[in-house]
Design a protein around this ligand. Sequence first.
Ligand code: WT7
Length: 665
Amino acid sequence: MSSIESVLTENRSFPPPVAFARDARVKSLIDYEALYERAAREPEAFWGEVACDLHWSTPWKQILEGAFPETADSEGVRWFVGGTLNASLSCVDRHAHSWRKNKAAIIFEGEPGDTTVITYGQLHREVCKAANALTSLGIKAGDFVAIYMPMVPEAAIAMLACARIGAPHTIVFGGFSADALADRIADCSAKAVITADGGWRRGQVVPLKHNVDKALEGVTSVEHVIVLQRCSNEVAWTKRDVWWHEVVETASAKHEAQAFDSEHPLFSLYTSGTTGKPKGILHTTGGYLTNAAYTTKMVFDLRDDDVFWCTADIGWVTGHSYVVYGPLANGATVLMYEGAPNAPRSDEFGGSGDGQDRFWDIIERWGVTVFYTAPTAIRAFMKWGDQYPAKHDLSSLRLLGSVGEPINPEAWMWYRKQIGGDRCPIVDTWWQTETGAIMISPLPGAIPTKPGSATRPLPGIDVDVVTREGVPVGPNQGGFLVIKRPWPSMLRTIYGDHARYVSTYFGEIPGMYFAGDGARKDADGYFWIMGRVDDVINVAGHRLSTMEVESALVSHPKVAEAAVVGRPDELKGQAIVAFVTPRAGMVADDALARELRAHVATQIGALARPEEIRFAEALPKTRSGKIMRRLLREVASGSTARGDTTTLEDQGVLERLAQSFAHDD
Ligand code: WT7
């Protein structure tokens, strides 16, 4: 039996390491269960207590208003009703005015190897200056501000400055194309864009400002573009452009923060759904921040002497909640790294080697204690080889986290041994852009872990696995993952399309929030997430809709029809395979395949570029004319050896669930 099989058949369980449990906030399964029970019995009292960890300017009058299900004419769920707060006071001011004034808030390392450490005192001054600069440009509470930046401290400063003046931000990942950026800016009518001349990625400059210029060709709402100088990259200039250093560095460092209603929008973040264009997931202030802060504290058992490194880009929700809002609300020190995991430092900063040990080098040099990354990255590290982590002293680490997709047991075991030295608990955290914060995860120190399972729901979170009719399924039976009761950091709506919000999340399974994932619960009540049951695919932890890629393909003049499916991929989890029927008279050759792949990259971004294009004279269809995706999925995965990303058995269950869910198969 191979080691991987033995792990699976034994359903192996790892108790929390004793040394960790001794000092943990929650020290045993019994304590976890007591906490969970209490929260389930009195959810409002529980969340009220949790929310007290934030700085409120006016106390709330009521903890929760509204209930599930959300309907087209319900008022909507509202948390901490009547309370007012300013997110930046909780994340910055209260620490800057305490003993943490000279504590590092952000440790930054640029890809070339340049470094900056920003204390809470300094962060406070920078956020105040940026807030004053935005105000001086005419940005007011309620105006949307788009942020399209590299992973640099100014990105966090920009977010907090927007929050400070009540201007919701919408961050667009720097890997998205100008077209994708334009769609997002237009959808929320952003009044300003904050960007940079460029950012470093694998030794190259990502031309962010150039993409903004292209995006704004067809957008009218934007009045100002604020440009950070990061790479000395030459940029075109128009009269709507201002340099960050000219407006921010000259602004006053004094800023009186106004408190906003608990339900004031904090940000929207676009993510892919089954149909249509990406949707703007709207999060509001009090509830979101409560959960972001609480989960960071509990799941990572965060301490004042931790150096917390979440490797996600701020363009994703993970970066919002666990690079910025969650850790800073806790007064933690976060590490922020700009570049690729396999980029060496430049010669100027003493770089050597091929860079495949860059993460381990960072952990050693900065003494990172908590490390949170994605399975796709872990699988790449495994492939690069054990010699890279082995070169470094990783003994500062005390806790490891995983997020974004199911982690295969083999990667879990490798992570535990090669990175965690068999000493660090692993928290496999399940959540979504929509949930705002972690929902299912072990509490390290309390919950024994099983490789591949996100284990148990956090206190206050009521999740289950049910049939389409909403009936709970038995142990180890596949079903749909749902959340049965409102939680503070849940999305409030899809910006500009409340009807879509109601139908997507509450129109599928009666009375409950439908997450879009298939799952099973084992006899110990552990959740095993199997993957999406809708047409959302997860490529290297990035969420994409097959229909989005199809629309990009059919917008090409040589394409008549296209169908896109995901196929299991050993490194990326899923890879995109596109079946394309060219228009009559077009030659289906390698040149066209290259052209189409490039076209998708321009339309959406390199992350959506199909791995493989297969030309077909016609696509298989049902008698009613619907494309038979299931068949295409089988064809697409049949051609390659399966990776071990999920067990074959899980894949079969998932396929059946997807079929019962699909509206168009
Ligand atoms: C989808 C949400 C918020 C995390 C970053 C992704 C998948 C996420 C796990 C996990 C299995 C996971 C689900 C979910 N997912 N974490 N620990 N185990 N699957 O956020 O882009 O909104 O994607 O990612 O399929 O629905 P997102």
